[in-house]
Each structure stands twice: as structure tokens, then as C-alpha cells.
Design a binder for this molecule. Structure first.
Ligand code: AMP
Length: 305
């Protein structure tokens, strides 16, 4: 088990050397990890949600690479690229071991110039239909930017498995679609959402919430719980969506907050499920709470009537 600080690298040559030096060699005591190398991609400002991905990665793989990069390509005009929280020293301290059963092995924290030396890339990944709904409708081009950097980081870090949080369920579905459609040689794993004790899904953007916003932000997880209960009681998809919307309308303040969407989705295609659907669906919400955009989701079991 590693518990020393990870090797921190900032450019592609250093990364390549660090990967070669930390190639899985079976030197971890009793190492029975199914994979050689795992990657966890982040934008930094790490919290317990990110660390659960790293912990899951350490259970799956002998070596863990964490990337920290605030990817300009996935931010639209007027979004929070400049003010997005950045704290590399704090991130490194968190990745150095305590609570992780040992440290991450390599941390790759490139600058935009390293990732995009010629400025915006002329070739990029098109996320297709999944990239145009929900988050993709509110944030045009977002998923093209996400998939472009994910594909680059997969090529640069050469992992056997890549872990993504279910917090960003549409992102996870888009990555799975890219890996399937473009035959990218990597396994993809989703990791459950980590929440605060009061139910708020952890997010780097929660740092923007003022105390009074934070209280209203609980409306998202509460609305999802109400929707899940409605489904468990035999509610049809439209009834589930309605109860979620009702909780959001009641608990958010229409003067300062706004609901972007309430959706009940097929987990693979991210299209709305029909009212006759049964089985597992993804219940997803997005809202702006006091100016901070938050997303949350949960799986629900539609049992039909
Ligand atoms: P980000 O730094 O926001 O780009 O997130 C990096 C990775 O961490 C993504 O795969 C996210 O889905 C995941 N993640 C962020 N927050 C959480 C959370 N609360 N629970 C689980 N995974 C998360």
C-alpha cells in the first residue's frame, strides 16, 4: 500500500515517465487488484465525492492516476470558468493518503497550454444526441468539450479502467456511449453519489452557496426522495415527475431560484421514459439556487400499476 505523496506531473513527457516508472509490477503486498491502472478525472477542488472515486479506483487497480484539470472546452460563455475553485495544494494533501488507504500514485495537473498547445483543438468529439438534451440543452457544446478532454486524458494516461461519479449521470452515460461507439479500449465504472449528512450531493460548486442558499438547495435531494417514494408506491413516470416538481416549487424561492429541468430517463440513452415504462430509470433534476447551478439524480424503480 502506498502512503507517500503522489508523483505530481504537469506536462505530457513527465506524465509518460511517471506512468512508466509506476507501471504495475506486482510489488503491492498481496496485490489481487483486477486492473493494472485506473484513472480518476477531476477538475480539482477535491471533496469526499472525488475521494470515494479514488478509493474505489484503489480497490480496482494496482496503480491510480488522478487528473486535475479545469477544462476550458466544457465551459460556455458566461459560465464560471474563471471563478471555478482551484486549490492544487489542498488537493495534493487530500490525495496523499489519509482516508484513501494510501495515496494516489500519479497526479497529472496540466495547464490549458499543455492540453491545447495550439489553442482550441480543430478536431473534437461530438457527443451526439445525448449531448443535446438536459445539461446539453442548457449548456450547448458542454458534452463535446467533456468527451474531447476525456478522450485526450484516456490517451495520455493509458488506463485499464476509468471511474466516473454517478453525480454527473449524463456525463457517465456520454462517456459510456463514446467508449462503446468509438471502441475505446478502457472499462468504465460508475461510483455512487456521496452526499452531506443532510442529503446535499457534494459538489465543488457548493462552495458558491451562501448559508441561506444552502438550506434551499436541499430541495433537490428532497424532491428526488419524494419521486423515488412515488415510484415505489406504483406511481407512473408522469406522477413521479409531478411530485418532484411540486417539492421543488414549494421549497425553492421563485424570486431567486429557478428549475432548469425535472426528467425521468432511460439510463443508457437519456431520453424520457414513456408513461408505461417499468424497471430502472434515472430521475434527474437541475436548478439554479441563488445563482448557483446544481444538479442531482437518483435511480428509481418503476414498478408499474
Ligand atoms: P468534477 O471535478 O466535478 O469534474 O468531478 C470529477 C468526478 O468526480 C466526476 O466523475 C464526478 O461525477 C465525480 N463526483 C463529483 N462529485 C461527486 C459526488 N458527490 N459523488 C460521487 N462522485 C462525484
Amino acid at each position: 500500500m502506498t502512503d507517500s505523496a503522489p508523483v505530481l506531473v504537469h506536462d505530457v513527457a513527465q506524465l509518460s515517465a511517471a506512468l512508466d516508472a509506476s507501471a504495475p509490477g506486482g510489488d503491492r503486498d498481496g496485490d489481487a487488484a483486477p486492473y493494472g491502472r485506473a484513472v480518476v478525472m477531476t477538475m480539482g477542488a477535491l471533496h469526499a465525492g472525488h475521494l470515494s472515486l479514488v478509493r474505489a479506483a484503489k480497490e480496482l487497480a494496482s496503480r491510480v492516476v488522478v487528473t486535475i484539470f479545469v477544462n476550458p472546452l466544457q465551459f460556455g460563455p458566461g459560465e464560471d470558468l474563471e471563478r471555478y475553485p482551484r486549490d492544487l495544494d489542498g488537493d495534493l494533501a487530500l490525495l496523499s493518503g489519509p482516508g484513501l488507504l494510501g495515496a494516489a500514485d500519479v497526479v497529472f495537473a496540466p495547464t490549458p497550454q499543455v492540453m491545447y498547445p495550439d489553442g482550441e483543438p480543430s478536431v473534437r468529439v461530438c457527443a451526439g444526441p445525448i449531448g443535446t438534451v438536459l445539461e446539453g440543452a442548457v449548456r450547448p457544446g458542454h458534452f463535446d468539450g467533456v468527451l474531447t478532454v476525456v478522450l485526450k486524458l484516456l490517451h495520455l494516461t493509458r488506463p485499464d479502467v476509468a471511474l466516473f461519479g454517478r453525480k454527473d449521470a449524463q456525463q457517465l452515460a456520454a462517456v459510456r456511449a463514446m467508449v462503446r461507439d468509438l471502441d475505446v479500449p478502457v472499462d468504465v465504472r460508475g461510483v455512487p453519489i456521496v452526499r452531506d449528512d443532510d442529503g446535499l450531493a457534494l459538489s465543488s460548486r457548493n462552495a458558491y452557496l451562501r448559508p441561506e442558499d444552502r438550506q434551499r438547495a436541499l430541495a433537490l435531494s428532497r424532491s428526488l426522495a419524494a419521486g423515488r417514494d412515488r415510484a415505489a408506491a406504483g406511481g407512473a413516470p408522469d406522477q413521479v415527475r409531478s411530485v418532484v416538481r411540486a417539492v421543488l416549487d414549494e421549497q425553492l424561492d421563485e424570486q431567486v431560484d429557478a428549475v432548469d429541468y425535472v426528467a425521468l430517463l432511460d439510463p443508457d440513452t437519456f431520453t424520457e421514459v414513456p408513461d408505461t415504462a417499468v424497471g430502472t430509470a434515472v430521475l434527474a433534476v437541475a436548478a439554479r439556487v441563488g445563482g448557483t447551478r446544481l444538479i442531482d439524480n437518483t435511480d428509481v424503480e418503476l414498478i408499474g400499476r
